[in-house]
Design a protein around this ligand. Structure first.
Ligand SMILES: Nc1ncnc2c1ncn2[C@@H]1O[C@H](COP(=O)(O)OP(=O)(O)O)[C@@H](O)[C@H]1O
Ligand SMILES: [Mg+2]
Length: 210
């Protein structure tokens, strides 16, 4: 087993599953949490991630194949996608792929899925296709506000991690999103994104006054 990343929730290893290369995503116990609650959270995320990762394939979205789920130890064994994270692509490539990322987000939302951690670190470009990963925080929801939270997070990541290309990347993302969900739903979500942002500013102003 080769450690490829110390993830946010646990270590990520590259190994084999039968004849295939496989990625082992673990969720380690957090000692600062009550152990019963901690197991419940890790178990829930493991189940949600593997379920939704499998489900989105039926929507035509590329995601790793799930090989095995070890619920007791909170480990998912999945197909290893030997591509490059969108985060690490060149600026021009990021701008170009953003339209596809927007279309994928739209497809998820149209089908009642909120990704929950929509960032450029959770998309892999491989074989000219975009794969989506990291569904541990996703949920089944048709609430527009949940979909707006996904978009708001993505916008924030562009702002902080891809500042110089933010404008073009975001516009392309929205283009793909709009083409997938339609003008009407796009406008509803964008209004909610603006609302979340103005709430953020309001809260910041309050903090500054303190
Ligand atoms: N199926 C996969 N194929 C290739 N790399 C992966 C795969 N799943 C995860 N990774 C790599 O591991 C990193 C962390 O995995 P991720 O599922 O995003 O967990 P988290 O961000 O919660 O730590 C990803 O950013 C990616 O670099
Ligand atoms: Mg991730």
């Amino acid at each position: 087993m080769k450690l490829i990343k110390k993830g946010a929730e646990g270590d990520i290893y590259l190994s084999c599953w039968g004849k295939n290369e496989a990625l082992f995503k673990t969720r380690l116990a957090k000692t600062y949490r009550n152990s019963i609650l901690d197991f419940r959270i890790r178990k829930r995320r493991t189940i949600i991630e593997s379920e939704i990762m499998s489900y989105v394939k039926s929507l035509g979205i590329n995601s790793p194949l799930i090989y095995f789920v070890d619920i007791k130890n909170c480990i998912i064994i999945m197909q290893y996608i030997p591509g490059e994270l969108v985060k690490d692509l060149s600026d021009t490539q990021i701008i170009n792929t953003c339209k596809s990322l927007g279309a994928i987000a739209g497809n998820l939302h149209k089908n009642g899925i909120m990704h929950g951690d929509l960032t450029t670190s959770n998309f892999i470009l491989y074989d000219n296709k975009i794969f989506v990963i990291d569904f541990g925080l996703s949920s089944r929801t048709n609430k527009p506000i949940d979909h707006a939270i996904d978009l708001r997070l993505f916008k924030e990541i562009l702002n902080s991690a891809h500042t110089s290309i933010m404008k073009n990347a975001w516009n392309n993302f929205l283009l793909g999103y709009k083409l997938t969900v339609g003008d009407k739903y796009h406008n509803i979500i964008m209004n909610l994104v603006l609302e979340i942002e103005s709430r953020g500013r309001y809260n910041n102003n309050l903090n500054m006054q303190k």
